[in-house]
Design a protein around this ligand. Structure first.
Ligand code: SAH
Ligand code: DHB
Ligand code: MG
Length: 225
């Protein structure tokens, strides 16, 4: 593939993004705050955020779990579609990311419906089992890729039949099929996918994506029973 300059898929992303996901101000402000705080620009794209919002709407999700908050850009998209009384639990390792996230949630007017829990997700997930937040209707996995297998385990444990589980970054520029690539992050995605395939309680697929964030993809699964 010969990428144009800028790549045509980035131009197309901008074209559809501006037309279909133009509710910019607060979301753009959040991205700006992330940049000023020196957070990595690895948030979902605008159209991907709109996709998350779409998932909340079509599932009617009231209880959402997000693993990997960063500056809460994706959290704000999820929160936009939440019905009255709905809640999001979002888990973040880095206190500094959480601090920026909290400020962004506050200025977006959605802090009230979000529980931001700071610490390694693998340590904070078990407590959710006995919380009123569970079971979750929608789970968005977007933290360290090495731990995706464990996050899938917990997503399933904290779910009910019909729960939708979404995982970001499962394609990683195609690294997932590069046999020479033994990065722990990519191995994590492979193991995660093998678990998805082997789990009879889940029906799953993958949606490859291109856009301003390059070439990547989402894994999408639904809990059958
Ligand atoms: N969902 C965000 C992007 C998340 S980036 C968005 O689209 O806007 C991944 C985040 O996961 C980072 O903020 C990183 O600090 C966090 N993370 C990494 N390892 C983690 C862990 N073990 N537990 C919880 N969060 C973790
Ligand atoms: C990375 C993490 C993400 O969640 C993402 O969407 C893109 C990149 C990363 O760790 O490099
Ligand atoms: Mg991601």
């Amino acid at each position: 593939m010969e990428p144009a300059d800028p790549p045509v898929w980035a131009q197309v992303d901008a074209y559809f993004g501006h037309l279909l996901a133009p509710f910019g101000e607060k979301l753009d402000a959040a991205l700006k705050a992330n940049e000023q705080a020196g957070l990595p620009a690895i948030d979902v794209s605008r159209l991907q955020g709109k996709f998350l919002e779409f998932l909340v709407r079509i599932t009617g999700a009231r209880h959402i779990l997000e693993i990997g908050t960063l500056g809460a850009y994706s959290t704000i998209w999820l929160a936009r579609a939440l019905p009255e009384g709905g809640r999001i639990v979002t888990l973040e390792l880095e206190p500094r990311h959480a601090e920026v996230a909290r400020a962004n949630l506050q200025s977006s007017g959605v802090l009230d419906c979000v529980d931001l829990i700071v610490g390694p997700a693998i340590d904070t997930l078990p407590a959710l089992e006995n919380s009123v937040a569970a079971p979750f209707d929608l789970v968005f996995i977007d933290a360290d890729k090495e731990s995706y297998p464990e996050y899938l385990h917990w997503a399933l444990k904290l779910s009910r039949p019909g729960t939708v589980i979404v995982a970001d970054n499962v394609v990683r520029q195609g690294k997932v099929v590069d046999l020479d690539c033994d990065e722990a992050r990519v191995e994590g995605i492979r193991r995660f996918t093998e678990l998805l395939a082997a789990e009879p309680r889940l029906s799953a697929t993958v949606l490859q994506t291109v856009g301003v964030k390059g070439y990547d993809g989402f894994a999408l699964a639904v809990v059958l029973y």
